[in-house]
Ligand binder design. Structure first.
Ligand SMILES: [Zn+2]
Ligand SMILES: [Zn+2]
Length: 248
């Protein structure tokens, strides 16, 4: 079995916002950062010895602007096709996230005031439409795209055959990476319960490491313990009638 190397590509700060470079038989990029970060991602993958025109695929994990913001630009810079899940086509085609954001806590309520999160990104049309579990073998990677809905309806993760899970915003680090290795919710979830179910589904596949959009890699056992506490927290919120979920 060929080993797939997972290389974080910082888009903002050391690990506030991450894209990822997956190195298998061919290179694959996961996520495209905020608008205007295409060149930065391009230069970093070049610094890792990858010819950008060799990139086989750019997988966008979901329709939030800090993940698809530079998708169109990165596609132009590399020539690689973009892959995205059909359920987030609205944001991809319009360049706008679904509004309003649904905060998971105080951090989300604070971040919601940041106008950059409400800006319009350059729209794009995914050449590769994800509708279910999808092997990346044809793109030179011993890995699968796994639908992990909840954070947004069209959220996906990438699971390598080695057990690395590139999880997007399925889970994050506390305070967006300020406390490295401490699991937490990202600032927003469209459907917290569905997201937790997706997270537990992925953890049941026994990944070795979770690589997240915001923060440093997470240990699956810590994520499991966190998921149990989160389950109880959501149950309390629901009992109090305070659990908000996007209905469409
Ligand atoms: Zn997100
Ligand atoms: Zn994010």
């Amino acid at each position: 079995m060929s080993r797939t190397k997972v290389v974080p590509i910082p888009v903002m700060g050391r690990h506030n916002i991450n894209a990822y470079l997956l190195l298998g038989r061919r290179p694959v990029i996961v996520d495209a950062g905020t608008p205007g970060s295409g060149q930065k991602i391009h230069d970093q993958i070049t610094a890792h010895g990858v010819d950008p025109t060799d990139v086989a695929l750019i997988v966008i994990t979901h329709g939030h602007i800090d993940h698809f913001g530079s998708a169109a630009e990165l596609h132009r810079l590399t020539g690689a096709p973009l892959a995205g899940h059909v359920a987030d086509l609205g944001p991809y085609r319009s360049g706008r996230v679904r509004e309003p954001y649904l905060p998971t806590g105080p951090m989300g309520r604070l971040m919601d005031r940041n106008q950059k999160l409400h800006a319009r990104a350059e729209p794009f049309e995914p050449a590769v439409l994800i509708r279910g579990e999808t092997s990346l073998d044809d793109f030179g990677l011993a890995a699968r795209i796994m639908p992990t809905p909840g954070h947004t309806a069209g959220s996906v993760s990438v699971l390598t055959d080695d057990g690395d899970l590139i999880a997007g915003d399925l889970i994050a680090n506390s305070f967006m990476g300020l406390i490295p290795g401490k699991p937490a919710n990202p600032p927003f979830h469209d459907d917290p319960r569905q997201n937790l179910a997706s997270l537990r589904e992925m953890l049941a596949l026994n990944p070795t490491t979770l690589h997240v959009g915001h923060g440093t890699p997470l240990d699956p056992d810590r994520a499991r313990q966190w998921a149990d506490r989160e389950h109880d927290r959501l149950a309390r919120l629901e009992a109090a009638g305070r659990l908000t979920t996007r209905s469409e």
